[in-house]
Design a protein around this ligand. Structure first.
Ligand SMILES: Cc1ncc(C[n+]2csc(CCOP(=O)(O)OP(=O)(O)O)c2C)c(N)n1
Length: 610
């Protein structure tokens, strides 16, 4: 009979072979034997976080940045319940995450034993799989199959968190100091998203057309892939020329980016601040639409969306009102309906689909140019709408949007205090950072400022799955640990910072810079019309308080800087100094950088709005 530690080593080796190498660990006695196996294995990156809520969000940040699951380990009882916010965030952001909890044996649950509760299946339908495992009573084959199936279910289809609950019966420390028992029976394996269907142009054309007729579209698998459309066929598919593309929250995709870079010359692209595509499409569109009427001629007839939600309220309201035909492209079955447009879903790769749309549109565009310059194109091939009314052309719709956004939009000074200066800071940050920077935005005004700040070379993240303020700092800490080659800047309000301040209770990575708008409470409630109409609400909703951030920084040995938010250049120089150092390090392996890397060099910029 194997010792308990041998079984735990088996589980841990299996997780290593699955490529899950980044782990955050919270303390406890029941999980200590498991943690011992991770340490003895010797190859994992293990981070300590005494607070489970924060630790689970750190693991989420690691998964988010790597686009591959990271893990979190905790002990039994309420320790596990504290991971729930990160689990639901993972669910709605579609991030793979592994929660590994230690448990007492089943016979002790509900028997008034300490630190026990009903752990198996605790996350309900916010995880796509879970496994309860009692290593002493199961063979290694049973354990391997259980874990493999559980991980596959959670990570291969729609990514989410998954929960492995490991019940440990006494003596739980048996073999804890024995060497790691490596097994040669476990082959390496990785989880990859299922392969998308191939797209062919004719099918795309039929699909776009079917969205106008409400006919059920069944892709014809007999059609040859890569078949080119004729000019005539192309023009038919775009007889409704007001086509808009929305990129909702989405993980980075260089392939999608390369398609959008071309497509942006033909159609208006609305790229959400968390779409990972902030360098393409209409510039500052959310800002341009803010507090303004949007004329009817800008209403799209066809909306093509990829990714998930968008933060833009004006866009949501506009699309709810204009009710375009809506096609949603994505590999995952669960499709939301944020604009009440009943999107028609096509389960294909988004880059392939948009590439096909691009080819259809650009074929038409070439024909239009040729029509003007030569007379060899047959008259029958020129689309009717183009001949009769040039204002209907696809590019005209793009230009109309560009003109609208550029004309008479607000200037940041028009906003009331403190929003004007905070927004100016964010706009400057967005403009100043380079590709080696990652910006994490808190879930209050910060992410809105980001959405109003236009394009940036940095990758931008925010926990917009359920938009909680509870793990924004922790997620950024986890992401910074998992991608040390990038400079991470997290921008938060004061309430969000204090709420999640246990994120600082770990070995902080020096490639992280924290920026806090210390503006005396939840100022978003001054922005939203409603809460500010009744003064008495302030105590409970705005929660106004003045925090001396200096003391928080002292507590966690973080380097503190305090600025008036109007000292924009000084602040920016300070923040970017860190990314310059990282750049130098990657360019020349800067010899003195290790001095900078002590945990104490994490920098915290407290910005005061006067
Ligand atoms: C866990 C959680 N509790 C409550 C809320 C509601 N909420 C949204 S924003 C906010 C205030 C955030 O204030 P702060 O971080 O100071 O940012 P500011 O509003 O000043 O931009 C609150 C309490 C939430 N999103 N998440």
């Amino acid at each position: 009979m194997d010792m308990l530690s041998t079984k735990l080593d088996f589980i841990v080796q299996l997780l290593w072979e699955a490529g899950i190498s980044n782990w955050v660990i919270s303390p406890g006695s029941r999980n200590a034997p498991l943690v011992a196996s991770f340490i003895k294995h010797g190859k994992f990156q293990l981070i300590s976080s005494p607070d489970e809520r924060s630790g689970a969000f750190m693991a989420l940040g690691m998964s988010q940045i790597n686009q591959y699951p990271a893990g979190f380990i905790c002990t039994s009882g309420s320790a596990l319940v504290n991971t729930f916010p990160a689990v639901v965030e993972a669910y709605y952001q579609r991030i793979p995450l592994l929660i590994l909890s230690a448990d007492r044996p089943e016979e002790l649950i509900d028997q008034w034993d300490g630190q026990t509760l009903r752990q198996p299946g605790i996350f309900g339908n916010y995880v796509r799989s879970n496994l309860h495992c009692s290593p002493r009573n199961e063979s290694t084959e049973q354990i391997a199959k259980g874990i493999y199936d559980c991980l596959k279910e959670a990570f291969v289809n729609i990514p989410s968190a998954t929960h492995l609950n490991i019940a440990l019966s006494e003596p739980i420390y048996e073999g804890i100091d024995a060497p790691f028992a490596f097994s040669d029976a476990i082959p390496p394996f990785v989880f990859k998203p299922s392969q998308p269907n191939k797209v062919d142009l004719i099918a795309v054309k039929q699909f776009i057309e079917s969205s106008f007729t409400k006919d059920e579209f069944v892709p014809d698998s007999t059609l040859p892939i890569d078949q080119k459309l004729t000019v005539e066929e192309s023009s038919e598919s775009i007889k409704y020329p007001r086509i808009a593309v929305l990129i909702g929250q989405n993980p980075p995709s260089p392939l999608l980016k390369s398609v959008l870079i071309e497509l942006q010359h033909y159609v208006p692209i609305f790229a959400d601040v968390c779409s990972s595509q902030t360098q393409v499409g209409l510039i500052s569109w959310d800002w341009g639409m803010l507090k303004r009427e949007i004329p009817n001629y800008l209403e799209p007839e066809l909306l093509i969306s990829v990714g998930t939600a968008t933060i833009s309220k004006p866009l949501k309201q506009f699309l709810k009102k204009s009710k375009p035909k809506h096609i949603h492209i994505g590999l995952y079955d669960e499709v939301g309906d944020p604009f009440e447009t009943q999107p028609q879903h096509w389960k294909v790769n988004e880059s392939d689909f948009l590439q096909a749309v691009l080819e259809i549109i650009s074929t038409f565009d070439t024909s239009a140019d040729e029509t003007e310059n030569s007379n060899w194109v047959e008259d029958s091939l020129i689309p009717t709408f183009q001949k009769s009314n040039n204002s209907n052309s696809i590019k005209k719709y793009l230009t109309d949007w560009e003109v609208y956004i550029q004309s008479q939009s607000l200037v940041s000074h028009d906003l009331p205090h403190p929003f004007a200066s905070e927004l100016q800071f964010m706009q400057k940050l967005f403009q100043s950072v380079q590709e080696n920077c990652i910006i994490h935005l808190g879930n209050s005004m910060s992410v809105r400022y980001g959405s109003w700040s236009g394009q940036t070379k940095a990758q931008v993240y925010s926990n917009r799955g359920v938009s909680g303020i509870d793990g924004c700092l922790s997620t950024a800490v986890g992401a910074a640990i998992a991608s040390p080659e990038k400079h991470h800047v997290v921008v938060l309000g004061d309430v969000s910072t204090i709420y999640d301040s246990n994120a600082l209770w770990t070995d902080l990575p020096s490639n992280l810079t924290i920026v806090v708008f210390n503006n005396g409470g939840g100022r978003i409630f001054d922005w939203i019309e409603g809460p500010n109409k009744l003064q008495e609400l302030r105590t409970f909703i705005h929660t106004p308080r003045h925090f001396e951030m200096e003391y928080l920084c002292k507590l966690y040995s973080v380097k503190h800087f305090k600025y008036s938010i109007n000292q924009l250049d000084e602040i920016l120089n300070g923040i970017l100094e860190n990314s310059d150092k990282l750049q130098e390090k990657s360019d020349h392996s800067h010899p003195n950088l290790d001095e900078q890397s002590s945990p104490k060099t994490v920098r915290f910029f407290e910005l005061i709005s006067e």
